[in-house]
Ligand binder design. Structure first.
Ligand code: NAD
Ligand code: TYD
Length: 351
């Protein structure tokens, strides 16, 4: 069936991989990439598909409800994949209101526009909200997040995403909008903005700058290669059950310090440096306030019901990621000046 799909946040890290997958795999879908192009949005991420006939870009802010209504009507949007968000925990600690505006108000604006435009027959349309495992809060040393785990967000970022998830479910329960939600673990891979742990460390190793590890470095995350997340999103969008939630994860838990040590080993080899050289750059710094100890996903529902599983081992994915950053240093250079450097210096100075 032909569809006109609105993908929000398609110039960002995960969104750009989802847009590419959809444009290339489904020539019968028109893909409308809506993005405000904040500091995290970069059209370079999808330069390779910009001239495809089924790809369209719209610069807009999801906080602007009138504009969002207009775009959905004018383009006869049939389905929405909603990824646009303020996404960085550390920035949310500094400016929580920006997170409430985009992540909560922006999501409600999209839900309202969809509710109004699709009201004749909700069954013909789908609103897919892409969320995070951070809504579940923090695990101790044991256990996994399932779809039934209670929400317990701690950072302004995770609180805003939790709120948006609740609104999406409320529009399903109250108005009958067809929705599906997925909550994914930490992503890594090409095109990730270098304020997140893995690209920040790759960039700093290249430049022989300190590798800032918050607290004791024992915080644990479950890492998934971004293209495996995009593949999961494709499955959930097409085959996920109306009203359901799917947890997506890599069965791939790493303590931050172990991950950074592995990255140092890989980078020393790639850069022909003496083994152990990059590890000397590790610097333990002041902890993040409200830092969640451990995230880990039980992905058995999506594996059982939709047949999805991660395709890459972590060592392979990390090596691909390092290769991409080494081959695309101009991509990082273009965004690590100006406002990024101001953020970096403010955030890490005296930490
Ligand atoms: P990102 O910060 O790289 O990209 C976000 C995109 O949204 C950018 O292109 C930005 O310009 C756009 N955007 C921001 N505010 C906007 C607004 N008001 N209107 C329109 N566009 C706006 O984020 P990401 O890492 O690609 O994450 C995408 C989604 O996936 C988010 O909803 C995030 O919560 C979720 N998620 C991310 C991860 C992760 O590890 N990165 C894990 C699980 C879930
Ligand atoms: P991050 O990439 O910001 O993702 P999230 O906070 O969404 O999990 O951080 C991943 C982990 O790495 C988290 O435990 C915080 C830690 N971290 C550092 O130790 N140093 C850093 O400079 C950054 C950015 C993160």
């Amino acid at each position: 069936m032909p569809k006109n799909i609105l993908i929000t946040g398609g110039a960002g890290f995960i969104g750009s991989h989802v847009v590419r997958l959809m444009v290339e795999k489904y020539s019968n879908y028109n893909i409308y990439n809506l993005d405000k192009l904040t500091y995290a949005g970069n059209l370079e991420n999808i330069n390779d598909i910009k001239d495809k006939p089924n790809y369209h870009f719209i610069k807009a802010d999801i906080v602007d409800s009138a504009e969002i209504n207009k775009i959905i009507v004018e383009n006869n949007i049939t389905d929405i994949l909603h990824l646009a968000a303020e996404s960085h925990v550390d920035r949310s600690i500094e400016s929580p209101l920006d997170f409430a505006m985009t992540n909560i108000i922006g999501t409600i604006n999209l839900l309202n526009a969809a509710k109004n435009y699709w009201q004749k027959d909700y069954s013909a349309h789908r609103f897919y909200h892409i969320s995070t495992d951070e809504v579940y809060g923090s695990l101790g040393s044991e256990g996994l997040f399932t779809e039934l785990t209670s929400y317990d967000p701690h950072s302004p970022y995770s609180a805003s995403k939790a709120s948006s998830d609740h609104f999406v479910r409320a529009y399903h329960d109250t108005y009958g909008l067809q929705v599906v939600i997925s909550n994914c673990s930490n992503n890594y891979g090409p095109n990730q903005f270098p304020e997140k742990l893995i690209p920040l460390c790759i960039n700093n190793i290249i430049q022989e700058k300190p590798l800032p590890i918050y607290g004791d470095g024992k915080y644990t995350r479950d890492w998934l290669y971004v293209i495996d997340h995009a593949r999961a999103i494709d499955e959930v969008f097409h085959f996920g059950k109306n009203g359901e939630t799917y947890n997506i994860g890599g069965h791939n838990e790493w303590k931050n310090i172990d991950l950074v040590n592995l990255l140092c080993d890989i980078m020393d080899k790639k850069l022909n440096r003496t083994p152990g050289k990059s590890q000397e750059l590790i610097k333990f710094v002041k902890d993040r306030p409200g830092h969640d100890l451990r995230y880990a996903i039980d992905a058995s529902k999506i594996e059982r019901d939709l047949g999805w599983k991660p395709s890459l081992q972590f060592s392979e994915g990390l090596e691909k990621t390092v290769d991409w950053y080494l081959e695309n240093q101009s991509w990082t250079d273009a965004i690590t000046h100006g406002s990024y450097m101001a953020y970096y210096e403010k955030h890490y100075l005296n930490r």
